[in-house]
Design a protein around this ligand. Structure first.
Ligand SMILES: [Zn+2]
Length: 372
């Protein structure tokens, strides 16, 4: 079965300038300047493969528009918006945590990233396309209402969610986040909102180091609508697919969202410089297939992927292509050239210490009544 899949990309996303950090630390007398791990490469090369593979001919390109101040202020404080705008006037600004540098004009690019996620959501909700992938940059899932962090300036998905609520009357939304880092921003923004289910699969205690525990379940009436799966470092395809089958799928069925948003980071992939997991393109394909099928079952097929992390310039493109193929149902026939190595890792079968975490989240979701 093929679907009409919308696709957002804009050259300006590659112009977001994160400077000369040596990976994650600023250059200094004894630290040679290099590239920030959050660089254009993995995103631009993902888009290059979408074009060169021919898949672009089967997708519906969507033109992103910048988010407006009104769009941003549904989620962020005026103070935060003003902070990003003023930092953007300097040659090197920072999103708020001292580790998220960006160059002059970054404010406009961040608005285009949030707006690209809105454009994708609009195209899905108006029926122009069946589903959509917004390949945006900078990412969004760490940004809180009053704080940018972890390379994230604005919370792209919450801004699109609140836009959908304001303009399309959508109420119940599920956000599934498979980026290797905890989706702390999404969690904080929605921890009191029982109409948003926030599910995050991430590497335990990676970033932020003190959030994303299984016990963080949402607050008050929203208890049970935050689900965290902090998988141990080294987890591979077996752990991710088991977490999907035993927690993500039943939780979404229990919640019955009208729209599914996916925080699509590929930094749980093998050879990511910031992650310690070993997920491969075939597992990203499987997770995307499951999510698209869940959308068919629960939300009239309405699902939007918004790009987050993923820092392996060579491997992210193949993980992304697999997701887009799963979403659209179009096969390019382009093989994963790294499969001969990455697919055969002994890291993939589910281990007992990974199973324990998944069981913990499974039991908690059942106790809270979300999973029956
Ligand atoms: Zn990440």
């Amino acid at each position: 079965m093929t679907r009409n899949t919308g696709y957002v990309w804009h050259e300006r996303y590659a112009w977001h300038d994160t400077g000369t950090f040596a990976g994650i630390v600023p250059p200094g007398p004894m630290v040679q300047p290099f590239h920030n791990f959050e660089s254009p490469e993995s995103k631009a090369r993902f888009n290059s493969l979408v074009e060169v593979s021919g898949l672009i001919e089967r997708l519906t390109p969507l033109r992103p528009r910048p988010a407006t101040e009104e769009d941003v202020l549904r989620v962020h404080t005026a103070r935060h918006l003003e902070h990003i705008r003023s930092q953007s006037e300097q040659s090197v600004g920072d999103a708020g945590d001292g580790w998220s540098p960006f160059g002059r004009g970054g404010y406009g690019i961040a608005l285009l990233a949030a707006g690209g996620t809105i454009s994708a959501t609009d195209a899905v909700l108006t029926g122009r396309v069946d589903n959509a992938y917004a390949l945006v940059r900078p990412p969004g899932h760490h940004a809180e209402r009053d704080l940018g962090m972890g390379y994230c300036l604005f919370a792209n998905i919450p801004i699109a969610v609140e836009w959908a609520r304001a303009h399309h009357g959508v109420e119940r939304i599920a956000v599934v986040d498979y980026d290797v880092h905890h989706g702390n921003g999404t969690q904080r923004i929605y921890e009191d909102d029982q109409n948003v289910l926030a599910v995050s699969l991430h590497q335990d205690s990676l970033f932020p180091q003190d959030t994303g525990r299984v016990e963080e379940i949402g607050r008050g009436e929203a208890a049970g609508t935050t689900i965290n799966l902090p998988l141990p470092a080294g987890s591979g395809n077996g752990a991710y697919l088991a977490a999907f089958e035993r927690v993500v799928e039943p939780a979404l069925r229990g919640f019955r969202p009208e729209l599914i948003m996916v925080a699509s980071g590929f930094d749980a992939a093998a050879v990511d410089p910031l992650g310690g997991m070993t997920v491969t393109a075939s597992a990203y394909r499987a997770m995307a297939t499951t999510l698209v099928e869940l959308a068919d079952e629960l939300s009239g097929g309405r699902i939007v992927f918004s790009h987050e992390g993923g820092y392996s310039a060579v491997y992210v493109p193949y993980c992304g292509l697999a997701v887009l193929e799963a979403m659209s149902g179009h096969e390019t026939g382009v093989p994963d050239p790294y499969a001969f190595s990455f697919e055969n890792s002994p890291a993939h079968p589910l281990k007992s210490w990974q199973d324990e975490v998944i069981s913990h989240a499974e039991v908690l979701a059942r106790q809270l009544g979300l999973v029956v």
